[in-house]
Design a protein around this ligand. Structure first.
Ligand SMILES: Cc1cc2nc3c(=O)[nH]c(=O)nc-3n(C[C@H](O)[C@H](O)[C@H](O)COP(=O)(O)OP(=O)(O)OC[C@H]3O[C@@H](n4cnc5c(N)ncnc54)[C@H](O)[C@@H]3O)c2cc1C
Length: 367
């Protein structure tokens, strides 16, 4: 197995800036992107046609650290197309469809594990942004559950499950049902929400109601809780969802559930900041109240901030965190060990600048 000088997780502005700089400095690198495209985070989170502003944060006067990656008031579609040309022109290799889900510290360096592969490296740059899918909270492995609907055709002839109580889940239920109805496919679309009422806008509810009246085969499961991720005797990853629990006597509980192949499950349960991922990797984080020792007015500890040294290095030497993943603030630890809350604007400019600084730091530490 190749050992890279640096593995970069995420091909957004921060990840690509890191890759361009790594190549320029002669470091071997791999860029892992979980989506089907570079800039998948931006593609997924911006409304179509949105203009991208080349905003420079207050107090900064330097131009973009990698000028080719700067937006120019163009639409998101035009920006992504320009970035694709830039990647091709610079011959930057990006490994698409690689969802990094584990980072293992080895005797020397690290191993980054994705849904498809393993990558050994001396350093890791975490450039995975903020839009991480919320944890399903099941016992076992649920990483094979889908998080978006790419193509309705692949669900024809398959009983499927959509999890989530909001507009995105409702849209997917309606789209799947319509595709099945059009293809004269009698399989069911189950729609599960862990709470009772669903929270959808009027227009979404209207489209869904229309789909049901037109004969859509939709079955609603309220108060249904994803419980277990398991591999069955045929090697198929399955998700068990609990739909009914009855206490028979003090010790005995009757449990009713449904089990779906994870390939047929789409979970639209929102996104979370990266704090749980940093925690899983054992990276030090601290709540804002602990930095200055003053309790906050609200009495709450506040969100966890990742602790970073110069060059955006985390508490584990060789692991760096940059860009939106560390916005809107992080805890900077100086040479003398003092901690300071550092504001970090969530902008393309900032992510690019971070990526360049992290790679310069890595190059400076290489033997
Ligand atoms: C609606 C909206 C409008 C905005 N408008 C502007 C604007 O006009 N101008 C501006 O400067 N900024 C704007 N921003 C902010 C800007 O988009 C972010 O600051 C920037 O995208 C951060 O770059 P990044 O590389 O850190 O993260 P991202 O762009 O989020 O990239 C992270 C990448 O990592 C991938 N990834 C995530 N997890 C994994 C994993 N486990 N394995 C592999 N890959 C993974 C994601 O798919 C994604 O492609 C806007 C943000 C939003 C949400």
């Amino acid at each position: 197995m190749d050992t890279y000088d640096v593995v970069i997780v995420g091909a957004g502005p921060g990840g690509l800036a890191s890759a361009i700089k790594a190549k320029e400095m002669g470091l071997s690198y791999a860029v892992l992107e979980k989506g089907a495209n570079i800039f998948q985070g931006i593609i997924d989170s911006y409304p179509s046609g949105k203009k991208i502003y080349p905003t420079i944060p207050k107090g900064q006067s330097e131009p973009y650290a990698v000028p080719e990656l700067a937006p120019n008031n163009e639409s998101v579609e035009a920006y992504v197309a320009n970035m694709q040309s830039c990647v091709a022109k610079n011959k930057i290799e990006v490994q698409l469809g690689q969802d990094a889900n584990n980072l293992i510290k080895q005797q020397k360096g690290f191993k980054v594990v994705t849904n498809q592969n393993e990558y050994e490296c001396a350093n890791v740059v975490l450039a995975f942004g903020r839009s991480l899918p919320a944890d399903l909270g099941v016992y076992g492995d649920a990483t094979h559950v889908r998080r978006r609907l790419d193509n309705t055709d692949q669900f024809i002839g398959k009983t499927c499950l959509v999890i989530g109580g909001g507009n995105s889940a409702a849209d997917i239920v309606a789209a799947l049902s319509k595709a099945k109805r059009t293809a004269e496919d009698g399989t069911t679309v189950f729609w599960a929400h862990r709470r009772g009422p669903f929270k959808v806008d009027q227009e979404v509810a209207r489209d869904l109601g229309e789909e049901i009246l037109l004969g859509g085969n939709i079955r609603i499961l309220q108060e249904a809780v994803p419980r277990l991720g398991e591999v069955d005797e045929n090697g198929i990853y399955r998700l068990l969802i609990g739909i009914h629990d009855i206490d028979v006597d003090n010790d005995l509980r009757f449990h009713e559930g449904l089990s779906f192949p994870m390939d047929n499950v789409i979970a639209c349960v929102g996104t979370q900041g990266p704090a749980p991922v940093f925690e899983q990797m054992g990276l030090e984080q601290i709540t804002a109240d602990k930095i200055d020792g003053k309790p906050r007015k609200s009495g709450k500890a506040g969100p966890k901030l990742i602790v970073l040294k110069s060059g955006f290095q985390t508490s584990t030497a060789g692991i760096y965190a940059i860009g939106a993943a560390i916005s809107p603030a992080y805890a900077f630890v100086g040479e003398d060990g003092t901690l300071q809350r550092q504001k970090h604007t969530d902008l393309i400019y900032t992510a690019i600048s971070d990526g360049v600084q992290a790679i310069e730091h890595i190059a400076g530490r290489m033997p």
